[in-house]
Ligand binder design. Sequence first.
Ligand code: DOR
Ligand code: ZN
Length: 421
Amino acid sequence: MMLLKNAHVVDYISDTDSKLDILIKNGRIAAVSDKIMALGAEEIDCRGLVAFPGIFDMHVHARDPGQTDKEDLLSCAKAAAAGGVTGFVCMPNTVPVIDNEKTLKYINTKAKAAKVKVYPACAITEGQMGAVICDFKLLKDSGAVAATDDGKPVKSARIMGEAMIKASDEQLPLISHCEDMDIASGGLINAGLVSIELDIYGSHRSSENIITGREIDLARDLHVPVHIAHVSTAESVAKIRAAKQAGIQVTCETAPHYFALTEDLLYAKDADYRMNPPLRLGRDVDAIIEGIADGTIDCIATDHAPHTPAEKADFHTAPNGVIGLETSLAACLTFLYHTEKVSLKDLVRLMCVNPRKILGMKGGSFKPGELADITLFEPNTEWEVTPKKFKSKARNSCFKGMKLKGRVRYTIVDGDIVYEI
Ligand code: DOR
Ligand code: ZN
């Protein structure tokens, strides 16, 4: 039994935003109210701490199996716990690709030892090759919670449409990485002023926008849902907003770097600022924030994409991707909450409620009976992002050296403290 005393409890679902005590029994929320007395309970003084109902990150590359020099399920789960993330979905672009029962079994077995909850996504097409659609029923029965070829798009609209129907039949959420590979054509950064000035081959924003539009059209014509990963452009936000208004079943996520950073950082020619989609312009940042504030963007996920320092050493040949699990809450607080664009309650909607809702999972509230997945943090404490202190194996943070405001103090999963400072 554990009693969290005097926490600033923020719950979107029950519309709560006040100082309360939280009683945890047998791994579940037993009560949330004023001045709870519980003899024999382990008490935690939560004065000054905000309590969220467990941050859930629906887009994480854990690199396991096959690329465990970058990260593995257990190091990734430690990084998640340190970031206040109580559960995450791991992406299938591993080696081998998560497109079979055996790999799902490997992940689910290893994940039992992880500090936080790990849910694998399977590929949309075998080997993520874009040709043969995976057996979604089999993979869902083996534990996959979503299907995605993330890392690349499904090139053929016909195959994507078929996959959307099959996934919908199995009630398996389908996540699209929106990129037209012909247009992107190996571009390293956003095509624009910076790419021209630095004489670096750029990937045009229409590469994202065209496929976002394609997925929306497919969802409309086929009457099936689709989730758009890592939205980064103003045009994508506008298309998704219009689609939602038209009743099309589209949901989407963005990542902290898309509302906090712009392509100017690329002047440093440091591959830690390179990810796909790339950092865009100030007007994109504004549009992303507007989309977050008005509900067009459903959730915030990190796209945590670990790579080794050796791989990231050369700007031109480094793989795309940045880590994010240990900075996501602080970045959200710094660039959304402290700037008064988004309330704490709406952050709960974006980080705790909607990711679970999109995946058809329980949780994301402090309702008695829910599993006690809780993130406790100091909202105003400033700290400097120092990648060498990360629990992640990787160091490729695009927030490195920056001061962020908001520090995780405790991460609780099923009533157990899995991280504390
Ligand atoms: O930057 C990225 N890194 N974007 C992706 O789509 C894939 C990811 C990775 O796996 O490294
Ligand atoms: Zn990704």
